[in-house]
Design a binder for this molecule. Structure first.
Ligand code: 5GP
Ligand code: MN
Length: 349
């Protein structure tokens, strides 16, 4: 039997299944949008569906249909229910990530599951954990792939306005508002279809991009004036944000999202980074211009990965030491980063 047929059989409305949908830690619009759109779709196919996220996510995503029923694995009051549901699931969907480590504290519960595993994703080098995988690095967003998959299985007529708005959100944000090089012809064709299905594109862009709190806007001003380091000779600029900074501006989940792009918006800057001090280490976001790849850099030195021009990682050094190490590594790898050759092996220097 073809893999797609097996998948179709699994999700067929002929028998109601217990389904869990999950995504990566600190979900973004693509992660949450694809999860909620899929939940709405599978409910129409008469399944019992629950979205369990490994953590909370930004409030500018709370308008999405189905948000109220999401279970947060990091919420002490919800974790037991989440564990039970994962343990009992017939099908478990993993969306918008390619390795189970990105589930963080939820990883073990998912690994222990005997459910039929499905992975829908657009990251490189997927781990081999799924029974059915619908994955392509050519796709700009998981939401784009999910749309294509629903069309492929013959269910385009099940996509309603609410689902279209979730899907549109993920494509809009993962293409940086239709600006990044991943904004392909298919992206525009799919988003045109989604608008045709009722997605209110102007409303969605306002809800996601223009709903800052006063604190968030003031924090942005502070970060731009006090926390930005520019290294013109390395075509690099980065932000370093401490726990204290976050506390001072009563930072909420999502308040640092997009900040790294301001570093990349500078003329001549090709590599941008954001270092954010968290309780369990320093979280890093990397961005680069089209001709520079940061995913291998993130994977080699910061235990991370991602896309060519948008990737991330972590560091267990202090914020100061992480930033120093980053500067050294960019210096050492400058000719390599800009020419796409093999990166320098730190240990053999
Ligand atoms: P962001 O900077 O928005 O958090 O992440 C940008 C992209 O980098 C994500 O879409 C994801 O592909 C990748 N990414 C972020 N953090 C990590 C990480 O810790 N590990 C890996 N493998 N990829 C990451
Ligand atoms: Mn994505």
């Amino acid at each position: 039997m073809q893999k797609l047929d097996l998948f179709k059989e699994q999700i067929s409305s002929a028998s109601s299944k217990r389904i869990i949908i999950t995504t990566h830690h600190k979900p973004d619009a693509d992660a949450l949008g694809s999860s909620l759109a899929l939940a709405l779709y599978l409910k129409k196919k008469k399944h019992q569906v629950t979205v369990v996220t490994p953590s909370d996510y930004p409030s500018f995503l709370h308008w999405m249909k189905g948000n109220d029923e999401v279970i947060n694995f990091e919420d002490k009051q919800q974790v037991d229910e989440a564990r039970n549901l994962i343990g009992e699931a017939d099908i478990l969907f993993c969306l918008d990530f390619s390795n189970l480590g990105r589930l963080q504290g939820m990883e073990e519960a998912v690994r222990a599951s005997n459910a039929f595993m499905v992975n829908i994703d657009h990251h490189q080098d997927p781990d081999d954990f799924a029974d059915f995988s619908f994955s392509s690095t050519k796709a700009a967003a998981t939401c784009e792939l999910l749309y294509d998959l629903m069309v492929k299985v013959g269910d385009k007529d099940l996509i309603d306005k609410d689902m279209a708005e979730c899907l549109y959100s993920g494509i809009m944000t993962d293409t940086g508002g239709f600006r990044h090089p991943n904004t392909t012809k298919n992206v525009h064709l799919v988003t045109a279809e989604l608008i045709g299905l009722g997605a209110d594109n102007s409303k969605i862009s306002r809800l996601i991009y223009d709903t800052y709190s006063v604190n968030r806007l003031k924090f942005l001003g502070f970060a731009l004036t006090r926390r930005l380091t520019i290294l013109p000779e390395l075509n690099t600029a980065y932000f370093g944000i401490s726990k204290k900074d976050l506390r001072k501006y009563q930072s909420q989940t999502g308040d640092t999202e997009g900040l790294v792009n301001y570093a990349l918006s500078l003329d001549g800057i090709k590599i941008a980074a954001l270092f954010t001090e968290r309780k369990d280490g320093v979280k890093i976001s990397f961005r680069s211009s089209e001709d520079v790849a940061v995913n291998k850099f993130a994977a080699t030195y910061f235990d991370g990965g991602g896309h060519k021009n948008a990737s991330g990682g972590i560091s267990s050094l202090s914020l100061e030491d992480t930033m120093k190490r980053f500067e050294t590594l960019v210096k050492e790898n400058k000719h390599i980063l800009f020419n796409q050759l093999a990166l320098v092996d730190e240990k053999n220097q």
